[in-house]
Ligand binder design. Structure first.
Ligand code: UTP
Length: 298
């Protein structure tokens, strides 16, 4: 029997040091792109992809994430009482319901790395491969990245499937990079992965970004994974270890990815979404940032 991808893990316990001081009291995952926090985009993407169980790996100091993603009946009633039915409905639709939705919150009390965060979800996932979504990697496009990734995974089972995009040579040192052996449609086949290589050592320019579909054996691999770069348990190390036996693929998604863990990426994402908002577009035009045909000025 082939098991489908029914669990999504959201690692949200990190310190968000690149975005200090904004992240001193506010979790990075709650920083908004326009009016919507990053975590909301991630939850919407998982819902659209048909995920049944959502597991948030959080930290006790980041309870605000739980308050954001879960329904707030008191706020809904308050908005209704003030005649703001439309806002109340929109908030309820976006929120997860403790009764109807299958949601778990697990605490990672020490930020020991992304691999360790995923391992914290081990006892809370449903059988079969699991999806991992990093909310600070915002991927925008007509089709949700996780939806198209699950379709590709179901059509061609590779052990682990990671989202990849081609980056320029001078940027490979910022990413995990696949060692590519072939291609099958939107999937590049690989036999390994190198973390943050120097340009001259990079095996390809296929860079891994924050969407993964991982074979369930990933938890055994993480259990025995030794700390890697930065003394952290690295998810990429555990994925790379399984590559030769399980197979590894890079999924070239159709959307555009924004690194919202950085100021520049957050700005780019904000500008991109501002183009779809009439009030914001008017500001961009008034400042000469876009021309009258509403494309970005060169
Ligand atoms: P990042 O490495 O981008 O996040 O991890 P960070 O460590 O919070 O940020 P910087 O680099 O210090 O600015 C990607 C995702 O993994 C989570 C983060 O919360 C983020 O969503 N993460 C990272 C954990 O849940 N636990 C960790 O130990 C590390």
């Amino acid at each position: 029997m082939t098991l489908h991808v029914s669990t999504a893990i959201f690692p949200v316990a990190g310190l968000g040091t690149r975005f200090l001081p904004a992240t001193k009291a506010t979790p990075k995952e709650l920083l908004p792109v326009l009016d919507t926090p990053l975590i909301q985009y991630a939850v919407d993407e998982a819902r659209t992809a048909g995920i049944e169980r959502m597991v948030f790996v959080s930290h006790p100091s980041k309870r605000a994430i739980e308050r954001h993603v879960m329904e707030d009946a008191r706020l809904t009633r308050e908005l209704e009482a003030r005649g703001k039915q439309e806002v109340a409905d929109a908030l309820s639709d976006a929120a997860l319901c403790p009764v109807e939705d299958d949601v778990r919150f697990v605490m990672q009390t020490e930020p020991k790395g992304l691999g360790h965060a995923v391992l914290c979800a081990k006892d809370h996932v449903l059988d079969g491969p699991v999806a991992v979504i990093l909310p600070d990697d915002l991927i925008l496009g007509p089709v949700g990245c996780l939806s198209e990734m699950i379709s590709a995974y179901n059509a061609r089972k590779v052990g682990h499937l990671v989202a990849t995009m081609e980056v320029s040579e001078d940027r490979v040192h910022r990413y995990g990079v696949l060692s590519v052996t072939g291609k099958d449609g939107a999937i590049v086949l690989a036999d390994g992965m190198v973390e943050k290589p120097k340009p001259q050592d990079a095996p390809s320019r296929q860079a891994v970004v924050g969407r993964y579909i991982l074979d369930e054996t990933i938890f055994d691999a993480l259990d025995t994974q030794k700390p890697g770069a930065g003394g952290e348990i690295q998810l990429t190390d555990a994925i790379a270890r399984g590559a030769s036996t399980l197979g590894l693929g890079g999924f070239q998604f159709s959307g555009t990815r924004f690194d919202c863990g950085s100021k520049a990426g957050m700005l780019e994402a904000t500008l991109e979404l501002a183009m779809d908002d009439p009030d914001c577009l008017a500001v961009l035009k008034a400042r000469g940032l876009v021309d009258d045909t509403a494309s970005f000025a060169a």
